[in-house]
Ligand binder design. Structure first.
Ligand code: PMP
Length: 448
């Protein structure tokens, strides 16, 4: 490894970073992480903290998962790569598809299409949704519906269904025919409705209205996160997803759950679909599928997709990635799935999630900077910071940065995205680790 002076000098010079500007990277050089163990990360200066971000919502089993490391090393020795494009496949990809089919059977999903990550999985689901309708002779069903505040990755299709302006505006024009429904975001919504259940009804009414306005027979699919993640952890009322499912079914619209964050246990359930008791037609997954150890994803497919595509000579899938079903990624995913089940991570995710959520609610009583606390479903928690509780004016970036930096100096890596402080640690977090995160955040609020 180059010495630390070299790395610090070149930190923000040669590499453009996602989700920030080159100027911001130069002025606030990113922390250089050089090591990790358990749920902790260590930076170039030897400072070790609890990773409250869990990598990027993906390192669900922590950084020291030996079975995954072993499986990857063995796979590199046996078969480091072979493609799954027409005519070939590899043994581990077959086994993984089988295991995922079992794992997602309760969600009504039996088949897998492999990708290289979350944005790829979203793109795959959107494209297969259009193809599904074409195969069934409904050529006109091409539009997509999604939620405002939703995040669906950064490919052109995903960006088009994204519901946050900062991932869209600079890249317009995006895909035509994408329409956005108000999110069930209780703290701020166009209806000024503070009751989550009533708000869920208003949002589904808006969905019904949009379908009627566009014409159901022009719409291919609705895509949504079961709990909105990057948009600031927005859990809808439990009635919301089942109502969306019913509306989609009634109108012949496919339902895609974007579970790049919520699949594999993060919400305290094995999937977001299971959390809300719905059965999507497709589920986009990635991130925790390999515990972040390999870029990999899987789109899971339900009965309607199976019926339309299988046994149909016209159903050629003109889509796929060089790394679809990559054997090292598949080996990582197989070991990860087995560990995820063995550790029964949903139990700890639920318990530690409650601890963090309640801890943040307690902080809200003490610090005016906390406008809203959202969570309560596993290890997805957000604090929305405001400069004035009465007007809900979002906190300014400088204060938010002070919270993040002070938390870090006090042993807690947290993510600040706009006014939101987001906690998405590994699902193997201990009670003491969770307390370290809460103490670190509190240190930040004291000085901000
Ligand atoms: N969908 C959701 C819900 C996500 O949270 C993300 C990533 N945060 C993506 C898609 C995109 O995944 P990736 O960054 O792996 O392309």
């Amino acid at each position: 490894m180059k010495d630390s002076n070299f790395l610090k000098e070149n930190n923000a010079r040669q590499m453009w970073h996602p989700m920030t500007s080159p100027q911001d990277s130069a002025e606030n050089p990113p922390k250089i992480i050089t090591g990790a163990s358990g749920v902790n990360i260590t930076d170039i200066d030897g400072h070790t903290v609890v990773d409250g971000v869990g990598g990027l919502w993906n390192v669900n089993l922590g950084y020291s998962c030996q079975p995954i490391k072993d499986a990857m090393a063995t796979q590199l020795d046996t078969l480091p790569y072979y493609s799954t494009f027409r005519g070939t496949t590899n043994d581990v990809a077959i086994e993984l598809a089988y295991e995922l089919g079992e794992f997602f059977a309760p969600d009504g999903l039996s088949r897998a299409f492999f990708t290289s990550g979350g944005s790829d999985s979203v793109e795959t689901a959107l494209r297969l949704a259009r193809q599904y309708h074409k195969l069934r002779g409904e050529q006109g069903r091409t539009k997509f519906l999604s939620l405002k505040k939703g995040y669906h990755g950064t490919h052109m299709g995903g960006a088009s269904v994204n519901g946050n302006a900062n991932f869209r505006t600079a890249y317009e024009p995006l895909l035509p025919g994408c329409f956005h429904i108000p999110a069930p975001y209780t703290y701020r919504n166009p209806f000024n409705e503070a009751d989550p259940e009533k708000l869920a009804q208003l949002c589904v009414q808006a969905l019904e209205d949009e379908i009627a306005f566009q014409g159901a027979n022009t719409i291919a699919a609705m895509i949504m996160e079961p709990i909105l993640g990057a948009g600031g952890v927005i859990p809808p009322h439990k009635s919301f997803a089942p109502m969306v499912q019913e509306i989609c079914n009634r109108n012949g619209i496919l339902l895609i759950t974007d579970e790049v964050i919520t699949a594999y246990g993060r919400t305290g359930a094995w999937s977001g679909a299971r959390l809300w008791g719905i059965k999507p037609d497709m589920m986009a997954t990635a991130k925790a599928i390999t515990n972040g150890y390999f870029p990999f994803g899987a789109v899971m497919l339900g009965d309607r997709m199976v019926e339309a595509f299988e046994g149909n000579p016209n159903a050629k899938i003109g889509h796929g990635y060089t790394y679809s079903g990559h054997p090292v990624g598949a080996a990582a995913a197989l070991a990860c799935l087995s560990e995820t089940k063995r550790l029964n991570v949903i139990e700890n995710a639920a318990a530690r999630g409650t601890q963090l959520y309640e801890g943040c609610l307690a902080l809200q009583k003490k610090y005016d900077i906390i406008g809203d606390v959202r969570g309560g479903h596993g290890l997805m928690t957000a604090i929305e910071m405001v400069s004035d509780r009465a007007t809900k004016k979002p906190v300014d970036a400088v204060r938010a940065q002070i919270v993040q930096d002070t938390a870090y100096d006090n042993g807690a890596m947290v993510r600040v995205s706009g006014p939101n402080l987001i906690l998405s640690p590994s699902l193997v977090l201990t009670e003491a680790d969770a307390q370290t995160l809460l103490d670190g955040i509190e240190a930040g609020f004291k000085v901000a």
